[in-house]
Design a protein around this ligand. Structure first.
Ligand code: ADP
Length: 397
């Protein structure tokens, strides 16, 4: 490991993003935040495979393949290759941690007491938090004195107005932390960071960001800060997603349990893993598969996806009191011209109007020049805001 006091030109920041079935990583040059290498392992739990690495240090990961593995083995495989690299001296590591609970509203330097608090939040995100914490432990065992920073998906939304955070439930439950936390905060942080360079003064106005990937949510930004978001206490709320239902009547959940006699775990499986694009189409959770299908249920699933974005965007606009710009990001948002067009059409009454050629080309600005409200496509990057946080928290100049 490089002495943290000396920043050589190949000194690097490691970023790990451990999901429920994947581990993504990125290495950034510590002085310029230039990405040196990005990649990930997918399919952990079934057939894990290395999805490849891109960037000037991608050669670190060439060669032997990863066989079927669990999270621990996959993370170990990654860290082992980074440790063997001659040209890289790690200065610090940053982690995406899904849940920061009520307390963490900013990135934090990890120590034993922070780890204990993060462990106490596992019940709030049981499918993700344990993997995030396992990645932290794996880095600690590989480089015991390396500074590590936790960056939270929830933190960006902690400054939302109180009314945007609380539910209409007994206040004693609110006081116990049953509030709207919101997620995808690192993605929204990145958009808030880069939007001024793209949209100028409008970036400080009233902006809706649509993060449309496997998971999907909207965030209402005012002056670059979150004032409302569609995900709630969990990442099940809000928009329709690949496999998740999004917002539904809580009474339906109660009915399935109380009247149909379903076990809570069965209802959870339906709402989290058998709903959304997959459930409505009965075909796939992958938008690409549905976009090339002429099965009426595939068409209906995509129509409902766009309709739900339009409906929730109306709610975000009401929270903002208007709209100065709209941003698409993440897999579907960045790459599906057809879904963007359906959403833009549903929002035409707000002054949104697409330029079809720009939309088809996935341009950065896809609205017509004379449209009242500009529409942008900006690639998601959850790793760069983590690297920035590492620099400011662990390696102040
Ligand atoms: P995650 O939320 O896991 O980070 P992504 O941001 O990669 O996911 O988004 C995954 C979604 O993007 C999937 O539904 C996938 O079908 C969709 N997607 C990826 N490429 C395209 C494309 N060219 N056209 C339409 N949808 C796409």
């Amino acid at each position: 490991m490089t002495d943290p006091k000396t920043r050589s030109k190949d000194a690097a920041i490691l970023v790990l993003n451990a999901g429920s079935s994947s581990v993504k990583f990125a290495l950034f040059a510590a002085d310029t935040l230039r990405p040196l290498c990005r990649g990930g392992i997918e399919g952990i739990g079934s057939r894990a495979r290395f999805g490849g690495a891109a960037g000037e240090q991608a050669h670190l990961f060439e060669g032997d393949l990863l066989e079927e593995s669990n999270h621990e083995a996959a993370t170990h495989w990654l860290l082992d290759r980074i440790r063997r690299a001659d040209g890289i001296g790690l200065l610090a590591a940053g982690h995406r941690v899904v849940h920061g609970g009520p307390d963490f509203s900013a990135p934090v330097v990890i120590d034993d007491s922070v780890m204990a608090r993060l462990e106490s939040l596992i019940p709030l995100a049981p499918a993700h938090q344990p993997h995030n914490l396992a990645a932290i432990r794996a880095v600690t065992s590989a480089w015991p004195s390396l500074p590590q920073i936790a960056c939270f998906d929830t933190a960006f939304h902690r400054a939302m107005p109180r009314l945007a955070q609380i539910f209409a439930i007994p206040h004693a439950l609110t006081d116990q932390g049953f509030v709207r936390y919101g997620f995808h905060g690192l993605s929204y942080q990145h958009i808030a960071d880069v939007l001024p360079g793209i949209a100028g003064e409008r970036a400080m106005g009233r902006v809706i960001v649509a993060h449309l990937g496997h998971g999907a949510s909207l965030c209402a930004l005012h002056k670059g800060r979150s004032v409302a978001t569609t995900m709630g206490f969990t990442a099940l709320d809000g928009l329709m997603m690949g496999m998740r239902c999004g917002a539904i009547d809580a009474g339906l959940v109660l009915h399935l349990i109380e009247q149909r006699g379903m076990a809570p775990a069965e209802v959870s499986e339906i709402l989290n893993r058998r709903s959304g694009l997959l459930g409505v189409s009965g075909i796939s959770n992958d938008a690409r598969t549905l976009l090339v299908s002429d099965d009426p249920r595939a068409v209906e699933a995509l129509d409902l996806f766009a309709y739900r974005v339009v409906r929730e965007a109306g709610s975000m606009m009401a929270a903002l009191g208007g709209l100065d710009a709209f941003v698409f990001t993440a897999g579907i948002g960045e790459r599906s011209a057809r879904i963007r067009a359906a959403i833009a059409q549903g929002l035409a009454w707000t002054g949104i109007r697409l330029d079809e050629a720009r939309n088809a080309a996935d341009d950065t600005r896809i609205s017509a020049d004379d449209a009242k409200t500009p529409l942008y496509v900006i690639p998601a990057d959850e790793e760069l805001p983590i690297a920035r946080a590492v620099i400011s928290r662990a390696l102040p100049a």
